[in-house]
Design a protein around this ligand. Structure first.
Ligand code: SF4
Length: 462
């Protein structure tokens, strides 16, 4: 209501919504931007616009790294726990390269980071950025390294050195790409303030002392640099790791529960440190993935990692995807009749729900077994089979409705369907309501090929 009262309240519809009230709700859910209300940009509404922007500002400042389509937004969170609302911006995963790598190896590593992808629940997961580390501490070398990386990738970049000269050499190549500069400390902060102001880039602040970190943040903010990221240091083992975890929780609680604006910025962790204490590469990548998982859950908004082995990348990227889905919206696919392979009128018809994870698992189990078939996807509001049967979303009526709605009878002449094993208890009612014969398939779609050997075609079709 506070936001609604500050809108022009003319219900003019220019925002695409019928009423200002509807627009206010969408603003709150971050589904619309203030710019979508053109009247609000008129001078007479300037102070109201400012007040709405204040009301809408997330508890944790949102910081953008990079430019264009691949830019990543980090922070911007309002809650400590995902189920209290949702998390808005995924933890951004930046993988490192360094300036002592030979040019061909450097290009190869950047390509690996840029091209990596993994198909998961209907889309490709990718990595978010490249962190360029100065190992040589030589400004010229770093500049050349940054030039090569920028040539090879359009991913967002982080420039990593405690030397302002080295960072500035890197910025000379890529400042327009809005890289994160890492990191300002209590020794170099003055020079980093100048760099951030001159080039308009976000800055990471580093200190293992939370008091120093807060005081650095206040100093930067007072000097007009507010796109900040806080790194309290990441220790990779034992008590150090436990203390690191406690610092992340303390910082995020202070920002969200205690309203301490001086630390209300995105947090950065560096699981890469596992490689400093574990010499065996398998052990190092294992511990790096463990540390990454801890801080993906609480509360890193961005992290710098090293290992590019699939067993680390898949774990890290998949966990990000799962933690940062919106609990208000089940992950679902469009209902409908899918064609798998080249089915004909005698091919089997499988039934499943539109919960994305269920759908893609069933679809992949059937298509990878090369079973030419139809797959009827029922709208269960994004629920899996067991929950949808219990809640009534997967019912005889729902199946009947889907058969008619998607014209299944025109394609499948045998009028036989295969219900998931977990929906066995609606099989009788489904036969009665639809007039179709119902076979009960396996509970696990991975068993469909074996089930087919024994149960398809049924005797009335053979
Ligand atoms: S454009 Fe603005 S004034 Fe018009 S209906 Fe939308 S929110 Fe209301």
């Amino acid at each position: 209501m506070d936001i609604y009262r500050l809108l022009p309240r003319t219900n003019c519809g220019e925002c695409g919504e019928k009423t200002c009230m509807a627009f206010a709700s969408l603003l709150l859910e971050r589904k619309k931007d203030l710019d979508a209300c053109p009247p609000l940009s008129e001078d007479k509404y300037a102070s109201q616009r400012e007040k709405i922007a204040e009301l809408l500002a997330p508890e944790i400042r949102e910081v953008v790294i990079g430019e264009g389509e691949k830019a990543v937004k980090i922070g911007g969170e309002d809650v400590l726990h995902r189920h209290e609302l949702t998390f808005f911006n995924r933890t951004a995963l930046f993988y490192d390269v360094w300036d002592t790598l030979p040019a061909d190896k450097l290009r190869e590593r950047v390509q690996t980071i840029t091209d990596w992808r993994k198909f998961y629940v209907g889309k490709f997961l990718r990595l978010n950025g490249v962190a360029i580390r100065s190992v040589s501490n030589d400004a010229k070398k770093f500049e050349e390294c940054v030039r090569i990386v920028a040539d090879e990738t359009d991913l967002p970049l982080a420039l990593c050195s405690f030397s302002e000269k080295v960072i500035e050499a890197g910025l000379s190549q890529v400042s327009e790409r809005r890289p994160l500069i890492y990191a300002a400390t209590e020794r170099n902060w003055f020079a980093f303030v100048e760099l951030a102001r001159r080039y308009g880039v976000p800055v990471a602040l580093f200190s293992p002392s939370l008091d120093t970190l807060a005081s650095l943040a206040v100093t930067f903010a007072n000097k007009g640099v507010r796109d900040l990221v806080l790194d309290p240091g990441t220790l990779p083992t034992g008590k150090g790791l436990a203390e690191t975890f406690a610092k992340f929780v303390k910082l995020r609680r202070a920002a969200i529960s205690e309203g301490k604006k001086e630390v209300a910025y995105p947090l950065l962790s560096v699981p890469l440190v596992a490689w400093l204490t574990h010499k065996d590469p398998v052990e190092a990548s294992y511990w790096e993935a463990v540390i990454a998982c801890i801080f993906i859950i609480k509360y890193a908004d961005i992290m710098i990692l090293h290992g590019l082995e699939p067993h680390s990348l898949i774990v890290e990227r998949t966990l990000v995807e799962n933690i940062y889905t919106d609990p208000r919206k089940p992950v679902s696919v469009e209902p409908g009749l899918r064609i798998i392979g080249s089915p004909n009128e005698n091919s089997p018809l499988f039934v499943t729900t539109n919960f994305a994870l269920t759908y893609y698992t069933v679809e992949s189990d059937i298509s990878s077994s090369k079973i030419d078939s139809y797959l009827l996807v029922i709208d269960t509001g994004g629920l899996g089979v067991e929950s949808a049967v219990a809640g009534g979303q997967l019912s005889a009526d729902a199946v009947k409705d889907a058969l008619e709605r998607f014209g299944v009878e025109e394609k499948v002449k045998h009028k036989t369907m295969v219900l998931p094993g977990l929906a066995a208890r609606i099989s009788g009612e489904t036969e009665d309501k639809t007039g179709w014969r119902v076979l009960v398939g396996p509970k696990d779609s991975g068993m469909i090929p074996r089930w087919m050997e024994k149960s398809w075609p049924p005797e009335w079709l053979s």
